[in-house]
Design a protein around this ligand. Sequence first.
Ligand SMILES: Nc1ncnc2c1ncn2[C@@H]1O[C@H](COP(=O)(O)OP(=O)(O)OP(=O)(O)O)[C@@H](O)[C@H]1O
Ligand SMILES: [Mg+2]
Length: 250
Amino acid sequence: MKTARQQPLLQIRGLKKSYQKRPVLKGINLNIFPGETIIIMGPSGCGKSTLVRCINRLTEPDDGQIIFDRIDVTDLPFAQLSALRRRIGFVFQQFNLIRRLNVLENVAFALRVYGQEKAEAQDRAMRALARVGLKERAHNYPAELSGGEQQRVGIARALALEPQLMLWDEPTAALDPILVSEVIEIMEELVRQKATTMLVVTHEVGFASRAADRILFMDQGAIVEEGPPAAVLSTPQSEIGKKYKKLLKT
Ligand SMILES: Nc1ncnc2c1ncn2[C@@H]1O[C@H](COP(=O)(O)OP(=O)(O)OP(=O)(O)O)[C@@H](O)[C@H]1O
Ligand SMILES: [Mg+2]
């Protein structure tokens, strides 16, 4: 799938971030190629969310460069940042749905903000809802849905923008175990369809082993190991990798 001459969709170079002088990202380097699914795993507090949030500058990096489709994100004035965020979908752990809007309106909302006509926005929102199996629930309100369904709305909301890159920050972490699989199934279907390039933070090691082109293990603000799942989950070199390997066996 990946050829030597292909340009990365996303290049992260020497990315650093500190909070109150405490380094949280210590110089991250990462290239992601079009169509790839990259999965990030690592212990709580190692900097996974900070890394993902720096990509579209929900968190401001201190140092380093982020280049998305040849655009230097780190240098971008705020007005252009908004146009860029439209091309990068984000699925959060807490679904962040708007309670007073129904499912269809939640999905159409971003499209409307970005200037789409109501009819077109609703049409695209409906198609996105169909992809996550929720067309029939379009007129329900978030409070009327299960956690798994709410997260599927969150996925539809990101998909409706037809993003070139989708960032996922522990999309199943707020769900009870029974509901995790319905969200994982949708994510795997998106990977199978090569719907978009994906960067996923998750502890779901089974999903990672099936879906990832590459897994990155992070520890204390650094990428400590990286490779295809068959390699890093069967013969991990890092301490973190060894812990995830044990999880896979249970
Ligand atoms: N806004 C903030 N102000 C101060 N410290 C922060 C802030 N955001 C994150 N941190 C700290 O930075 C470190 C990395 O946080 P981050 O949320 O990136 O970790 P994580 O790997 O996503 O963890 P988890 O698996 O628990 O989500 C943590 O020690 C956290 O307390
Ligand atoms: Mg996090």
